[in-house]
Design a binder for this molecule. Structure first.
Ligand SMILES: [Mg+2]
Length: 339
């Protein structure tokens, strides 16, 4: 009877050991042990090494950093995405341009803005009307914005006066409440920040007209990255190097560096939405992930392309699956609650 009990106990022990380590590196070794031990149990009156059958399992579980991986590696690999998603979200922040990004180019706002800039250059700065269109384009290309270019080549004007003339007269009534975008932004479980070259009043007006004023956690705009810029800086003190940075703006690196610092943004964990390829190209160099809004194809330095900001969820469904770090949950134990 005792002999039979020992045989049975030894057999159960070996089966348990084999099952626990079956899926990992000890599989072959444990199977071998199981076969040998089973054979030995049949011919021995007592298996005095009974407790030591657990030793390999004890050693590996004790010294591994991830017992789940050891005990059930197949199941863990099957749900690898869930584990990574929970422990380390890809994005901590979403960064959005405003003009022609949160609303479409066809709204007519940008066209009117360009007209206002031309009028300002002619009426306020006395520039020859025939030269203004070409000058606008070249300054925009060289200095990031026409205003930054005008300042850099020596025109003296007040920034607030410029902004009130160019933006203050825009037909904001063309922008309507965007319920679709508002719902998308509110449903995103990620921090959202505005990053625009425009002045604060313009950004606030656009967000208000679109019904998005409560959708963002922070706003980085002209005043934010140019807090101490004095439009009355003596032109004599400006050299070629400093002219470019008289006004800090996209697409230049200084604007991104300041935005990261002010809003505490980790570029490697941030997705940047903008309609300007050059802004996105610098963004990519700075470590941001990039989304080209208003485009149907990707190009160099572009990670995603959206014809409309409304296509966010189709193109980037993972944004809605992201969860906060340091909260380990299991799909098996998640409970859906309808409210
Ligand atoms: Mg834009």
């Amino acid at each position: 009877m005792i002999f039979l009990l020992f045989v049975l106990a030894s057999f159960v022990n070996d089966v348990v050991c084999s099952l626990f380590s079956f899926k990992f590196l000890l599989m072959s070794f444990t199977l071998f042990r199981f076969c040998c031990s089973f054979r030995r149990s049949l011919f021995c009156t007592a298996n005095i090494f009974f407790p030591f059958h657990f030793f390999p399992l004890f050693v590996v579980v004790s010294f591994t950093d991830d017992p789940i991986m050891f005990l059930d590696p197949w199941n863990k690999m099957e749900h690898e995405d869930s584990y990574q998603l929970v422990s380390e979200p890809k994005y901590e922040c979403l960064l959005f341009d405003v003009d022609d990004t949160l609303y479409p180019l066809r709204s007519g706002i940008s066209a009117q803005c360009t007209k206002n800039i031309i009028d300002y250059m002619v009426e306020k700065l006395g520039i020859d009307e025939a030269k203004v269109p070409e000058m606008c384009v070249s300054l925009y290309k060289e200095y990031g914005t026409t205003m930054a270019g005008l300042r850099a080549i020596g025109y003296d004007f007040d920034y607030d006066d410029y902004h009130s003339f160019v933006h203050g007269r825009l037909p904001y009534e063309l922008l309507k409440t965007d319920h679709v975008l508002r719902n998308l932004l509110h449903s995103l479980p990620v921090r959202k920040v505005i990053f625009s070259n425009a002045n604060e009043a313009h950004v606030a007006k656009v967000l208000s007209r679109l019904g998005l004023e409560d959708c963002f956690d922070d706003i980085i705009c002209f005043e934010t990255v140019n807090p101490t810029r004095d439009s009355s800086v003596a032109q004599d003190n400006i050299n070629a190097e400093s002219a470019r940075t008289l006004v800090v703006c996209k697409p230049f690196e200084e604007a991104y560096e300041q935005a990261f610092k002010i809003a505490n943004i980790n570029p490697q964990k941030t997705l940047f939405f903008d309609d300007s390829v050059r802004n996105l190209q610098t963004a990519k160099l700075m470590g941001l992930h990039t989304v080209w809004v208003g485009a149907s194809h990707k190009t160099k330095a572009i990670d995603y392309a959206l014809e409309s900001i409304h296509n966010m969820k189709e193109a980037l469904p993972e944004l809605w699956e992201d969860v906060k770090p340091d909260v380990r949950i299991s799909e098996k134990t998640a409970i859906e609650v309808r409210v």
